[in-house]
Structures are given as structure tokens and as C-alpha cells.
Write a protein that binds this ligand. Structure first.
Ligand SMILES: NC(=O)c1ccc[n+]([C@@H]2O[C@H](COP(=O)([O-])OP(=O)(O)OC[C@H]3O[C@@H](n4cnc5c(N)ncnc54)[C@H](O)[C@@H]3O)[C@@H](O)[C@H]2O)c1
Length: 368
């Protein structure tokens, strides 16, 4: 089978992709790149591939078909545009970019190059969500008219360098208002609802900490079908982390993710569940699409029915995401999270800062 030949740029998060590119039956890891030369050399030796120290040199390598761009958020626009202009397909880490102009710049490069762009939103492939997605696609929840999600992290407690963690995280989490790091929160909701955001409004709880970001904020979003989404973000609230809380409400049923370690993935479907009683999502494990069954053993996983917010849970889909990207590029299929979706999700997050700065008024999200 022809394999997609991969180069990975940025060797922090990028190392997850290197390991998966070596594991995947669809891909071959050819080269890695980091501006930190020692890092590039170390991981090139570990993976047995070429080392580059400048993404433009990696993008000029004719042995590479596609680049996984795991650079810091604020350089995505430059590095992704360079890769597309060099004729490479791109799987880009989240978010698309940090300004609407940069998102448009990437859109232009995609159109002009004719290459594939996919955003690496791994939270769309969280295991219980794959079952929920199938239940929703089969119409078992009826029409989804409301959804919600939270991204709650306590950097004060868990990051020894707080508040000076530096880099893109400092700027994105603590350096501006609203919820710019939005795609893990909104991506899985809209991916399943298959809708776009048209309006965002954001309210914030003020600044209890000495930083430009608010202590916490809540976004209300309207979709093109006039459905409603609520998101909450906080990077400083003292509490156990929960970055994978999702809920969908339809005319026939509801899903609610765990809110903590003693909670479970809950499903209610009219006519299937007793009135007023949740079922565990794993009682619906047979609905998991066959294409995903090779990645995890449903029986084993269902035994641990109290699974909640763990790294293993949210990143469990990174390999299937890469396989999907490679399969789509190699076989000319549409990617599951395309530029228009990623741009819509990212823009809603960036514009949430405008909304809160303007007194929480609804702000329109443009098309890309
Ligand atoms: N999907 C997820 O779960 C997840 C988790 C973590 C990070 N991320 C994403 O991955 C990306 C990178 O995050 P990170 O945590 O690895 O950041 P980081 O700042 O910890 O590391 C970035 C790495 O890229 C290198 N680098 C910086 N500029 C470069 C350039 N121009 N060319 C080549 N290398 C460069 C740095 O030397 C460093 O090794 C971000 O988009 C972030 O949102 C996603």
C-alpha cells in the first residue's frame, strides 16, 4: 500500500504525532524539524529519520508529501502557509491561527495550492464521543437543539511556573479575554452537530488574578440553525481539571459527560431508558462504528465505566485522527475537520474577546 510520507515540525506536541506516524499503517515518518537543534537531532536519531532546523527546509524535501505542523499557535499562520506554498498537505495543530487575517491567509494558500488542510482536533475522537456521535447520526437523540462544554484547568495548582509559564500558553490562556483556545471545547460539539457558529457572545467573571484574562468566562453561541451552545473556560480556577465535559440535548434524548471522578458517561433516550433514569454510554457500545474498533477494545474499556478526564481518554483518538487524514489524502476523500470548520470554530473563540470587551454584545462570526 502506498504510504503518506510525513514530516513533523515542532517537537513537543509533535512527538505524539511522530510516534503515531511510525505506528500508522497509512504513514511513514521521514523527517522531523525544530528550531532547537539539539531537540531535532535527538528525536531524528531516536526515530531514525532526517533532522531539519528550519521548517522551510523540511517543506522543500521532495521525499515528504505532508507536514504535521505542531509549532506554537502564534507561528501557525507563517509555517502552515509556507508548507502549503511548497506543495505539501498539512495536518495542523489547534487553533488555526491567532487573528482573522491570518486565518484568511491560510484559506488563500489552501485554495491556491489545491492541497489538503485538516486541523488536528483530537478531542473529536474521544472514545465515548464516538458512540454518542453514532447515536446522534442515527437520529436516536432527535434534533439536537442545545449543547454545552467546559474547558477547566487549574494552572495555579498544577504548573510550577505559574503565572510565568511563558510562550504561547501565557499569551493564549492568560494574555487575553474570552476563550481563544476554543477548539477542544467547541470542536467535538460542532463536528457532531455538523453546523457552523453564526454569533458569539461572552460574559466574564472579572479578574480575581493579576492578568489580562478573566478568572472564568462563559460563551453563548448561536448556530446557523438557531441552535444554542454554552461553553465555559477557565485556566486558573482552583478545582480538579475537567477539559472533556460535553453535553448534547435533542428532542428525543441527551448525553452528559462526567463532571468528576465519581460520575459516568450518561445517556437518556426516550422509549429506551426508563423515565428519569440515565444509562451508561457503554451500554450502547455496539454502536461504535467498525472502522474505530481496531483502535480499542470496547469490552475492556466498558469495564472501566467510570473513566473520566484523563490524558489517555482525551488523546486516545490521535492515531485514528492521523489515519483518517492520511486515508483522505491518499484516496481523495474529504477530511473530517476541514478548513471551513476549523476557521469557524477558531474565529468564534477569537471574537469572544471582542464580545466581552464590548460589554458582552453578540458578535457575528464571518464565513471563511
Ligand atoms: N491537541 C492537543 O491535545 C495538544 C496538546 C498540546 C499542544 N497542542 C498544540 O500543539 C502546538 C504546539 O504546542 P506545544 O505544547 O508543543 O508548544 P511548545 O511551545 O511547548 O513547543 C513547541 C516546540 O516547537 C518548536 N518551535 C517553535 N517555533 C518553531 C518553528 N518556527 N519551527 C520549528 N519548530 C519550532 C519549539 O522549539 C518547541 O520544541 C500548539 O498548536 C498547541 O495548541 C495540542
Amino acid at each position: 500500500m502506498k504510504k503518506l510520507r510525513i514530516g513533523v515540525v515542532g517537537l513537543q506536541r509533535g512527538r505524539v504525532h511522530c510516534v503515531n506516524a511510525k505506528k500508522s499503517e497509512y504513514t511513514e515518518l521521514v523527517a522531523v524539524c525544530d528550531i532547537d537543534r539539539a531537540k531535532a537531532d535527538r528525536y531524528a536519531a531516536e526515530y531514525g529519520v532526517k533532522a531539519y532546523y528550519d521548517h522551510r527546509e523540511l517543506c522543500a524535501d521532495p521525499d515528504i508529501d505532508a507536514v504535521i505542523m505542531a509549532t506554537p499557535i502564534d507561528v501557525h499562520a507563517d509555517t502552515v502557509v509556507d508548507a502549503l506554498n511548497a506543495g505539501k498537505h498539512v495536518l495542523s495543530e489547534v487553533i488555526v491561527a491567532t487573528s482573522l487575517d491570518d486565518i484568511r491567509r491560510i484559506g488563500k494558500a489552501i485554495r491556491e495550492s489545491g492541497k489538503t488542510y485538516m486541523m488536528a482536533e483530537n478531542y473529536c475522537y474521544i472514545r465515548p464521543l464516538l458512540i454518542v456521535e453514532e447515536l446522534i447520526r442515527r437520529g436516536m437523540f432527535g434534533e439536537i437543539y442545545y449543547a454545552e462544554s467546559d474547558y477547566l484547568k487549574d494552572f495555579q495548582e498544577y504548573h510550577p511556573l505559574f503565572p510565568n509559564i511563558g510562550g504561547w500558553r501565557q499569551k493564549t490562556y492568560f494574555g487575553r479575554r474570552g476563550h481563544p483556545y476554543i477548539t477542544h471545547t467547541i470542536g467535538p460539539l460542532l463536528h457532531i452537530m455538523d453546523e457552523k457558529i453564526t454569533k458569539v457572545s461572552c460574559m466574564a467573571a472579572g479578574r480575581a488574578f493579576d492578568m489580562p484574562a478573566d478568572s472564568t468566562c462563559t460563551l453563548m453561541l448561536e448556530t446557523e440553525k438557531k441552535h444554542l451552545i454554552r461553553l465555559r473556560a477557565s485556566f486558573v480556577s482552583p478545582r480538579p481539571d475537567n477539559v472533556t465535559y460535553y453535553s448534547f440535548q435533542g428532542t428525543e434524548g441527551c448525553y452528559q459527560a462526567p463532571q468528576g471522578p465519581t460520575d459516568f458517561h450518561k445517556v437518556y433516550i426516550k422509549g429506551i431508558c426508563k423515565p428519569g433514569e440515565w444509562k451508561n454510554v457503554y451500554e450502547f457500545k455496539d454502536y461504535l462504528p467498525d472502522e474505530w474498533k481496531k483502535y480499542w477494545n470496547v469490552e475492556d474499556y466498558a469495564a472501566d465505566a467510570l473513566d473520566n478526564d484523563t490524558y489517555e481518554l482525551y488523546d486516545s483518538g490521535a492515531l485514528m485522527m492521523l489515519d483518517k487524514f492520511a486515508d483522505c489524502v491518499l484516496n481523495g476523500k474529504p477530511v473530517p475537520v476541514n478548513f471551513e470548520d476549523s476557521a469557524n470554530w477558531t474565529a468564534a473563540g477569537l471574537l469572544s474577546a471582542d464580545s466581552v470587551n464590548l460589554g458582552s454584545i453578540p458578535v457575528e462570526v464571518p464565513e471563511f
